[in-house]
Design a protein around this ligand. Structure first.
Ligand code: 1HN
Length: 365
């Protein structure tokens, strides 16, 4: 075999010939693709996601959302003034990862986002502000700083700002997953929101948000959590207690200096939504996490503090409001000088349900 041929003809590949060219033209004409030319891409030894690690700065997002607030009306048709993070590896699609949508949504003083429902599952996380009520299946739910709020698939929902100040928050949905799988349904509701009342506590919370206490009127388990809002005071207290237990030498933290909680569905003990996992993490001043890889993609948002994020080969300083993406199987390490609070969501439930979940934690001892 000549040198030239040795580079052209790789292991397991056929000898080039006019007949082979003819065969490949035949495949193309019939919309057929042979495995032997594609096997490397189709069967990587480990995940090789198209999505890239990337960070979006809150300080850049918020002024753009404010400009959108001045220039773009919110109402029937456009439905939401939501601006999606577009992963640079995903060809300009409004997708943070192959499965997850993440957007900043902005509602001006007294504005109303009309009611609709869709099969996509959604949540909101509030980094700052208050004054908006989201009305989910007719139940008005207050949105305040640090709260995590659910809009499970096919629940009607609209938002209205009762305040004289604008409010911006993070929306997370499984839009790309639903899009790729051709499973999307959408339906308009009333142009307004059905209930303009502003109770401090939603009906959902009055029924469900008492720790460990279940209403006997609702003993069946549901795919999505019935809790409309997970309030900051509970999240904060849980994390504060974990770190206090560590101070006392008692178990409770995930790893040294790292407290973490998962938001759960009280009817199953599992994830809040069928496709989305959500968590909150707190690093003590001076703490660093182990380096961790996981099948599935995640989006994180800094709630308070400052720190350093390493994803694969990339490293960034991050602060309040910054959002970053961790593609599938990319190693992630977090560290902080002064302390760091972060919200995280991922598509992990999809992979766990299908038996494709894997986690690897590097031993850094
Ligand atoms: C939606 O309904 C909301 O309800 C946010 O706030 C983002 C993106 C695409 C389609 C529907 C919301 C959305 C969305």
């Amino acid at each position: 075999m000549t040198e030239q041929k040795a580079t052209e003809q790789k292991a397991g590949q056929p000898e080039p010939s006019p007949q082979l060219d003819e065969l490949y033209r035949g495949f193309e004409k019939e919309l057929l693709v042979p495995l032997w030319t594609e096997i490397g891409d189709l069967m990587p030894t480990q995940p090789n996601p198209a999505a890239q690690p990337h960070v979006w700065r809150w300080d850049n997002l918020l002024p753009l959302a404010e400009s959108a607030g001045r220039l773009v009306p919110v109402g029937r048709g456009g439905e939401r003034r939501a601006i999606a993070l577009a992963n640079p590896g995903l060809g300009g699609a409004p997708y943070a990862t192959p499965t997850l949508w993440a957007a900043i949504q902005y509602l001006g003083p007294r504005e109303v986002a009309p009611e609709h429902r869709h099969s996509q599952n959604a949540f909101r996380f509030v980094v700052e502000g208050e004054g908006v009520w989201t009305v989910v299946n007719g139940d008005p739910v207050a949105m305040r700083r640090g709260d995590f709020l659910l809009t499970p698939g096919w629940h009607f929902h609209g938002h209205h700002n009762t305040a004289d100040r604008p409010m911006a928050w993070l929306d997370g949905l499984d839009i790309p997953f639903v899009h790729h799988t051709g499973s999307a349904f959408f339906e308009l509701g009333p142009d307004e929101v059905t209930d303009r009342s502003t109770p401090p506590k939603s009906r959902s919370e009055r029924l469900w948000a008492h720790p460990g206490l279940r209403p006997l009127s609702a003993l069946d388990s549901t795919q999505s959590s019935p809790i409309a809002a997970y309030r900051w005071e509970h999240t904060d207290a849980a994390l504060t207690d974990q770190l206090a237990l560590e101070d006392e030498g008692a178990p409770g933290v995930l790893e040294p200096g790292h407290a973490a909680i998962r938001y759960t569905n009280p009817t199953t003990g599992g994830d809040v939504l069928p496709t989305i996992r959500a968590e909150f993490h707190r690093l003590r001043p001076g703490a660093a996490t182990a380096t961790r890889r996981e099948v599935g993609s995640a989006v994180w948002q800094v709630f308070t503090g400052q720190g350093t994020v390493r994803v694969g080969e990339r490293e960034w300083p991050v602060e309040r409001g910054d959002l970053f993406v961790v593609p599938s199987w990319q190693p992630l390490t977090l560290s902080t000088g002064g302390g760091l609070d972060l919200f995280r969501f991922s598509d992990t439930p999809i992979f766990e349900r299908l038996g494709q979940g894997r986690v690897h934690v590097e031993d850094h001892s």
